[in-house]
Design a protein around this ligand. Structure first.
Ligand SMILES: [Ca+2]
Length: 330
């Protein structure tokens, strides 16, 4: 029984779902060894009140749905040809133009102050939550407790994010029991995880709160700040499609970090047309018509700092381009 959940045959997987759903929703993490250690750490390291942390953990609900979704993210399941269809739709492009027009002043200000194109900020919000329309529906404390205490592959990461959630609620004076987000513990219109919220969220409407749930100016400013802090270079290219050569195929990588030099590309017959920082990564994506080859520039890598997936970054980039051109054609 060491196979992963989705390694089971379909009928058996169905049976397993039935068995799992019969488990009690309340796990009371405050009484488990890991839960007790967590509470102690929050008290010792962060000066929180033991009774308060215990009360929150006691009410956290185990979510089977969270465990199911985390084990099969779209970025890992799909090829580009299917992934792009989710995001590059007429509806999402039109809604992006509308969002831009409604918030033009604030987007222009963010672009001016942070050097990040309005089109990219709009596309991020469009890909993450369809401009704030879909932002999760899970209680953050349920999602993060479940992942921290019941998802061994990334327990360390989610345990740290759970701790950050407590600190975020404390700092922003939010009721931790009422915060909602995605199954993976990301919140608000731009889907920041707790640590990113604490580190990169900004107050862009001047009410002295960093509100990524309700304030569009805060959301726009925070996305721009996130990109600037991750090294976005204003005015530079993101990615360009290239014709591949036999020699060039050897330079294809999965990692979008730009390490391939112009010299080695040229030696293989590939010539970048767009000006960049001089290093690239050559990526291969599966399109409807076969393989596409793309030279990812530094700014493409910066988009992957938001979500570590080449498909994600390409979707954001192409959506930004399409929203921009549709807006210009109106
Ligand atoms: Ca604010």
């Amino acid at each position: 029984m060491t196979k992963t959940f989705f390694g089971f045959s379909a009928p058996l997987a169905g049976l397993l779902v039935l068995c799992l759903s019969a488990l009690p929703a309340y796990a009371d993490y405050s009484t488990t060894t890991a839960g007790k250690e967590f509470i102690a750490e929050m008290v010792v390291d962060h000066n929180l009140n033991s009774a308060d942390v215990t009360a929150v953990l006691r009410k956290a609900k185990r979510s089977e749905r969270v465990l199911e979704l985390i084990s099969r993210p779209a970025e890992k399941r799909l090829e580009w040809k299917d992934y792009r269809k989710i995001f590059l739709t007429d509806e999402r492009i039109d809604a992006g133009v509308a969002f831009w027009l409604e918030n033009e002043d604030i987007l222009t200000r963010a672009e001016r102050e942070y050097g990040v194109p309005a089109s990219v900020i709009v596309a991020i919000i469009g890909v993450e939550t369809f401009y704030g329309r879909i932002s999760g529906g899970f209680r953050a404390i349920d999602a993060l407790s479940t992942l921290a205490f019941e998802y061994p592959p990334r327990a360390g990461f989610f345990r740290a994010e759970l701790a950050q959630l407590f600190l975020l609620a404390e700092e922003e004076k939010l009721d931790i029991n009422k915060l909602e987000g995605s199954y993976a513990g990301a919140f608000g219109m731009p889907q920041f995880i707790s640590s990113s919220y604490r580190e990169y969220a900004i107050d862009f409407d001047g009410d002295e709160q960093n509100d990524l749930w309700q304030s569009i100016p805060d959301v726009v400013g925070s996305v721009a700040n996130y990109f600037k802090r991750h090294g976005w270079k204003a005015g530079q290219a993101v990615v360009e499609q290239v014709e591949i050569t036999e020699a060039g195929k050897k330079l294809v990588v999965d990692n979008p970090k730009p390490v391939t030099t112009v010299a080695s590309l040229q030696k293989s017959g590939i010539y970048p047309k767009r000006k960049g920082i001089g290093k690239y990564s050559l990526l291969q994506l599966q399109a409807e018509t076969g393989s596409e080859y793309w030279l990812a520039h530094h700014n493409f890598y910066v988009i992957t700092r938001y979500n570590h997936s080449n498909l994600y970054a390409m979707a954001v980039h192409q959506l930004s381009q399409q929203i921009e051109s549709r807006k210009a054609s109106r």
